[in-house]
Design a protein around this ligand. Structure first.
Ligand code: ADP
Length: 626
């Protein structure tokens, strides 16, 4: 029989597996056991929902057999099995191409358990075997099929004999090489410790025959070889154990296995709640952003169990959107097993659980912030954006829940700071929280508007993400302190005397400033002198609700109607250019107009805005030069 070719994607993955990108080859066993367990879950679930009788959960089990001489390792389950078509579909194709692209991008990270992240686990069998055979019979089907492959050149599928439903996976273990001892996978000791390490919580017995010595009957010192069938796993789900019985490694290994991550979680939350609704929850906060997190493909949700049996893979009602990064599971005996999914969505008990989880997540994040700043900052750099969207969405409905978790870079030391920390450092005479927006911390730091404030010892929060200012506008204030955009709002940093002086100066120069405004032909709403600049001659500010940064963000969205911030050209009253302008008004009005255009262009440049007419600007400057 000529082998069929693997689909292109699968072939690449297989190559990767055969050439072993993993350092931890032993995880192949975890993957196969996990598949077997899933297959039994599926069968059990189907039996409940279809009301099939005669199937008992107690009959479901996984068996591992070793034949050292033949170099065979066999994993047998009596789960749902696969039809001929399913065998071809599941083992001949891997449609999840995301994994390959991800792998390409992360080629350098060698010890990274990427494959697991995408559920292409079956192929990991090729890391340790040179031939893999899968014999399977689907439940209620009377035919069985054998899928077989020696690796990249393809696979065959043919009918075979199999007595009952389920799947047998037969691995022919590779010969040892100079670098790798594959024979260990034929040792009962190694296999049982791998099972213990990765699959202890699997809720079906994993059995293996083990050779031991036993005292001969009637004898006191004579032993005989006997074969004993042992159950290798404890079957207690980790979340049902007491916290004190679980090592950090166990939590971690469970997380990596179940939720396909290759990095330690930032935080593990294990809680048992008794009361109105009784449940246990095991939640994980990842320490990095999943590759698809900010895409449509990402689905939030927690696994839902009813007394240890999974009834839903991703229950999205258990998590608010702003905590969509949380992974984990909830197990409650108060949820009925055969509840239909629609009904589940409206279940009061779920709502109660969701509310209590939300509180728990928040308090754990605050604890992390307090006790382990470094890890919190790492978490925040991965998911802070999501929290900020959470503040903005729903017209700020959740802002109170989230405001304490926010951080921004501050002009002090250019480090992340919380709003509470900022407020605690505010100067005595300071009534507002100052912030500025821009593309990057460095760029904001160079804005002329920041100079004088920093000089006077005020701290400024630097907002570099599109969502930032929208979230801030939604918050409105923190601890009674209003947020002030230093590029927009009038800041209260000068004395009454200074204010009066400036107002007078502006009033006296009204004609000069109006002439300049006219020269700019509608580009700005006003031109005025300001005392908020130190060395720089000009800056551009905006009046009203819409800031220059918000204008940029809104106009960059697809299908947006162009919006325009209402701009003010502000000129440093203490800069020599000020005198020059006043003087030009009396001597050369045309030149004053040219100056207005140049100053306006300069202000736009500083703000990072495009120049509307670069040619005109260029000739104006040149004229001045010659
Ligand atoms: P994943 O398990 O993440 O989906 P795999 O490559 O490990 O990816 O398996 C592909 C598919 O093959 C599974 O989703 C499942 O439908 C099927 N499969 C694998 N092993 C078994 C098994 N022992 N019994 C039934 N179906 C299986």
């Amino acid at each position: 029989m000529r082998p069929k070719q693997f689909k292109a994607e699968s072939k690449k993955l297989l190559d990767m597996m055969i050439n072993s990108i993993y350092t931890h080859k032993e995880i192949f066993l975890r993957e196969l056991i996990s598949n077997a367990s899933d297959a039994m879950d599926k069968l059990y679930y189907r039996s409940l929902s279809d009301g099939i009788s005669g199937l008992s959960r107690n009959d479901l089990k996984i068996k591992i057999d070793i034949d050292k001489d033949a170099r065979i390792l066999k994993i047998t389950d009596n789960g749902c099995g696969m039809t001929q078509q399913e065998l071809e579909q599941n083992l001949g194709t891997i449609a999840k191409s995301g994994s390959l692209e991800f792998k390409k991008e992360n080629e350098k990270q060698e010890d990274v358990d990427i494959i697991g992240q995408f559920g292409v686990g079956f192929y990991s069998a090729f890391m340790v075997s040179d031939c893999v055979t899968v014999e399977s019979r689907a439940y209620l089907s009377d035919e069985a099929w054998r899928w077989s492959s020696k690796g990249a050149e393809g696979y065959t599928v043919e009918p075979c004999e199999k007595e009952s439903h389920g799947t047998v996976i037969t691995l022919h273990i590779k010969d040892d090489t100079a670098d790798e001892d594959y024979s260990v996978y034929l040792e009962t000791y190694t296999i049982s410790s791998i099972v213990k390490k990765y699959s202890d919580y699997i809720r079906y017995p994993i059995e293996m025959d083990v050779q031991t010595k036993k005292l001969k009957e009637g004898s006191e010192d004579e032993y005989e070889d006997v074969t004993e069938t042992r159950v290798l796993n404890s079957m207690v789900p980790i979340w049902k154990k007491n916290k004190s019985e679980i090592t950090p490694e166990e939590y971690k290994s469970f997380y990596m296995d179940k939720f396909f991550d290759y990095e330690d979680p930032a935080k593990v939350i294990h809680s048992k709640v008794e009361g109105n609704v009784t449940y246990s929850a095991l939640l994980y906060i990842p320490s990095h952003t999943p590759f698809d997190y900010y895409s449509k493909e990402y689905e939030k949700g927690l696994q839902l169990y009813s007394s240890g049996v999974m009834i839903m893979e991703k229950c999205s009602d258990l998590l608010p959107d702003y905590y969509s990064f949380v992974k984990g599971l909830v197990d409650s005996e108060d949820l009925s097993l055969n509840i239909s999914r629609e009904m589940l969505q409206h279940d009061m008990q779920l709502k109660v659980i969701a509310k209590s989880l939300e509180k728990k997540i928040k308090s754990e994040l605050l604890k992390l912030l307090k006790d382990d700043r470094e890890t919190y900052e790492k978490f925040y750099s991965a998911f802070g954006t999501q929290l900020k969207y959470g503040v903005y969405e729903g017209y700020g409905a959740n802002k109170d829940a989230l405001k304490d978790l926010l951080m921004f870079v501050s002009s002090n030391e250019k480090k992340q700071t919380t709003l509470a920390e900022y407020v605690s450092r505010m100067k005595e005479d300071q009534s507002d929280i100052y912030y500025a927006c821009g593309e990057s911390v460095d760029k904001i730091d160079m804005l002329p508007q920041t100079e004088l404030l920093k000089d006077k010892g005020y701290e400024i929060l630097y907002m570099t993400e599109n969502v930032d200012e929208f979230a801030i506008k939604m918050l409105m204030d923190f601890d009674g302190k209003k947020f002030k955009n230093i590029c927009t709002d009038s800041l209260d940093i000068s004395t009454q005397e200074e204010k009066d002086k400036l107002r007078e100066k502006n009033e006296n120069a009204k004609d000069v400033l109006d002439t300049m405004k006219e020269a700019l032909d509608g580009a700005v709403n006003a031109v005025r002198f300001t005392d908020k600049l130190k060395n720089h001659p000009v800056c551009l500010t905006s009046e009203g609700e819409l800031s220059v940064e918000m204008e940029k963000v809104l106009n960059s969205l697809p299908n947006s109607n162009a919006v325009k911030a209402s701009l003010v050209l502000e000129i440093n009253e203490n800069h020599a250019i000020c005198e020059k302008l006043l003087q030009l008004y009396g001597t050369d009005k045309e030149k004053l107009k040219d100056y207005a255009k140049i100053l306006y262009a300069q202000a736009r440049l500083v703000e990072g805005l495009p120049i509307e007419n670069p040619t005109e600007l260029s000739s104006l400057i040149c004229e001045l030069m010659v």
